[in-house]
Design a protein around this ligand. Structure first.
Ligand code: PMV
Length: 318
C-alpha cells in the first residue's frame, strides 16, 4: 500500500459569526495559503489495526487506543473507519501537520479533521464525497465547539466560498470579481466555545435586544452577498464596519482587535472587522490591490502577530 495524503485549507468568516448560531446567514471563504495535511503511512510487518498518530505541531505522538474517546483526532479516525467499513483495518501511522494558527478563527480543528478523513478514506480505498466529509467533520466539531453552527466543516470540506444558514442546504457563491482580504492575528487565543457561551448568556438575559442584534447582523450578511460576488469594495467595506459595530455590542471584540481594526481602516482599508469567535484571534480587512501593502504594514506596526493576505478568486467556469 502506498503512502496517501489528504489536505484541507484554513477558512475565514467574512460576515455573520455568532448570529449564525441563531439561524442567521454567514459567509465564509477558504484560505488556501494555509493548510492542514495528513499522511497515512502503512506499517508493513505489525499486528492488524495498530494505529499510531503523530502530530508534532500539537504535541501528539500516541497509539489510537490510548486516546480519550473525546479526542478529536481519534474521533475523526473512528468516524472514517465506520463510514468506509473496510473488511479489515490495516496498521498505519497517521502523520498530521498544519500551519493554520490554532484558536484564531481560521478553522484549524476542522481542517485537521477534514485532512484526516480525506487521507484515511482514500488509503482505505473509498474516497468519501465532500458532503460526507463535511458531515463527519461536523461530528468532530462538536467536541471542539459544543454547539457549532456547521460553517467551518462546510467551507473547509468543499473549499469554496459559502453562504451558510444552519440546517439548510449549503449555498456556494460564484465569485465574478476577485477581492483581497488581509487577515491579522492579535496573538490572543480565545477558544470559540467561550465566546459562544458569553453570547448565549447575553441572549438568555435579554432575548429581545440580542435577538434584534442577530437579525441586524443577518440583514448585513444578506446584503453583503451580491457585493461580494461582484467585488463592490465600498459596499462591502461599509457592511463590514456595520457588522463590527454589532459584534462589539455582543461583547466579542477586544482592545487588541479594535486596535488592529482601527489601524487597517486608517491605512486605507475599505472596511475591517473581527472574524470568528472574537475576544482575540483574527481580524480581517478588505483592501484594494494598491492598498494591500500599506494595510499589511500598518497592522504589523501596531503589533499584529502575523498577517496573511488571501485572494478570493473568480469562480472557475466549467
Ligand atoms: O472561531 P471560528 O472561526 O471557528 O468561528 C466561530 C464562529 C461562530 O459563529 C462564533 C460559532 C459557530 O459555530 O459558527
Amino acid at each position: 500500500m502506498p503512502v496517501v495524503f489528504g489536505k484541507a485549507p484554513g477558512k475565514i468568516i467574512l460576515f455573520g459569526e455568532h448570529a449564525v448560531v441563531y439561524g442567521q446567514p454567514a459567509i465564509a471563504i477558504p484560505v488556501k495559503k494555509v493548510k492542514a495535511t495528513a499522511h497515512v503511512i502503512p506499517k508493513i510487518s505489525s499486528e492488524a489495526g495498530q494505529v499510531q498518530i503523530e502530530a508534532p505541531d500539537i504535541d501528539v505522538d500516541a497509539d489510537l487506543k490510548s486516546l480519550d474517546e473525546n479526542d478529536p483526532l481519534g474521533k475523526a479516525i473512528y468516524l472514517t473507519l465506520e463510514a468506509v467499513s473496510p473488511n479489515h483495518t490495516p496498521s498505519f501511522t497517521l502523520q498530521i501537520s498544519s500551519n493554520i494558527p490554532i484558536s484564531a478563527g481560521m478553522g484549524s480543528g476542522a481542517a485537521i479533521t477534514v485532512a484526516i478523513i480525506r487521507a484515511l478514506s482514500s488509503f482505505l480505498g473509498k474516497s468519501l464525497p465532500d458532503e460526507k466529509i463535511s458531515e463527519l467533520a461536523y461530528e468532530v466539531e462538536k467536541i471542539h465547539h459544543g454547539t457549532p453552527s456547521g460553517i467551518d466543516n462546510n467551507v473547509i470540506a468543499y473549499q469554496k466560498p459559502v453562504y451558510f444558514v444552519r440546517g439548510e442546504p449549503i449555498q456556494f457563491l460564484s465569485i465574478e470579481q476577485p477581492t483581497h482580504w488581509v487577515i491579522a492575528d492579535t496573538g490572543q487565543k480565545t477558544p470559540t466555545h467561550e465566546t459562544v457561551s458569553a453570547v448565549r448568556a447575553l441572549h438568555a438575559a435579554d432575548s429581545t435586544r440580542f435577538g434584534d442584534i442577530f437579525n441586524q447582523i443577518g440583514s448585513i450578511t444578506h446584503n453583503a452577498r451580491t457585493p461580494l460576488v461582484k467585488g463592490e469594495l465600498e459596499a462591502l467595506g461599509w457592511l463590514m464596519n456595520e457588522n463590527q459595530r454589532l459584534l462589539e455590542k455582543l461583547s466579542v471584540s477586544s482592545p487588541a482587535l479594535n486596535h488592529l481594526i482601527k489601524a487597517a481602516r486608517t491605512a486605507g482599508a475599505y472596511g475591517a472587522k473581527l472574524s470568528g469567535g472574537g475576544r482575540g484571534g483574527n481580524m480581517i480587512a478588505l483592501a484594494s490591490p494598491d492598498k494591500i501593502e500599506s494595510v499589511e504594514e500598518a497592522l504589523k506596526q501596531v503589533g499584529a502577530k502575523s498577517v496573511i493576505t488571501t485572494l478570493l478568486p473568480k469562480a472557475e467556469t466549467d
